[in-house]
Ligand binder design. Sequence first.
Ligand code: TYM
Length: 384
Amino acid sequence: MFVASNEATVTPWEAEAFVDYDKLIKIFGSKPLTDNEINLLKSITGEIHPMLRRHVFYSHRDFDKFIESYRSGIRCALYTGRGPSGHTHLGHILPWIFTKWLQDKLGLELFFQMTDDEKYWHSEGGNIEEFNRLAYENILDLAALGLDPAKTHVIIDSEDIAFLYPIAVKVAKKITFSTQKGAFGFTESTNVGMIFYPVLQISVAFLPTELYGERVDVLIPAGIDQDPYWRIARDLAPSLGYSKPAQIHNKLLPGLGIGGKMSSSKPETAIYTTDLPEEAVKKIIRAYTGGQPTAELQRKLGGDPDHCPVFKMYEMLFEEDDKKLQDRYHACKTGALLCGECKAELAERVARFLKDHQAKRKAAESYVDKYLIRNKFNPPRIRK
Ligand code: TYM
């Protein structure tokens, strides 16, 4: 367990309350993303994504080195993933939207892991067939977001293990149970599937190097909650002859209830990409906010946008225009904007997004196969 502050716990499976992100950087030992790294990227992309400007992506390891590798012509790739425990929610798509932007701007291939095995091992009950089905459902979201099928290669653990196992055997030998316990809080009663699982999440970081038979530097854009895997991956990479994978970490979109990230374990406070627009509107209208209990008090005292999940939805996903975001922030703080109004506008934007996204998801059913790694590459081989 990684305790970020007295109130906040962040692990790959749990993140409570509004997290103290600066403290998390110190505990995890990553670096804050500064203007230096952002400008380095800008020197290639020509523009900066709002998620960088707003420090939604806010921490990194070797992001600067990764950009230098890219500039010097070393082969580079992106890697991210999803544990398909259910349908995709708006928190999950946050790193994928940014990953798509990076893919487009840098022309990079993306390796995307769907960990149906992890979610099966982690669940109480459940069946692997269902998590596998959800993996395919979640691919529709990647397609709807516009990730390039020619450059996006999805590995579904339960079906594509041949791509990972030649790497996993070497990775597994380097990791002790003691390391696992320290990094993930495993105990004597954790099932051995979970104990083995991190080996697979780490192995994908080295897959591009194996597939291309040359050094490939990998950048992992993902939530900060996934960081424990990368610390281990970076420690063991040099001893196996791989580059240390770089990371760029995003903050977690809060759920619409009191505290906690948007999470599949609290479906009533999460908006899923498959929610009917009307359902999503209802969830937003019922959302907890940083506002005062009455309109009178709100006008008098103003609200607290820094601790408001509705404001965070604008900041992290639904307001591209910096000036408009700033105006909303001030209008909330000064009491000029009431929560009802703010929620109604958000509900309209979210409903519009969902309608469009769902039409694209439907269209993607006919070309899911184009994303599957097994249709594009042969697995790496131990026997050379
Ligand atoms: P999973 O399915 O929990 O999360 C998928 C991605 O979404 C991010 N995320 C969020 N980002 C912002 N706000 C939130 N509320 C929020 N909730 C989740 C996660 O950080 C992650 O980037 N074990 C992984 C699957 C995986 C993976 C990877 C993830 C395999 N390989 C490589 C990232 C990178 C998992 O269960 O993710």
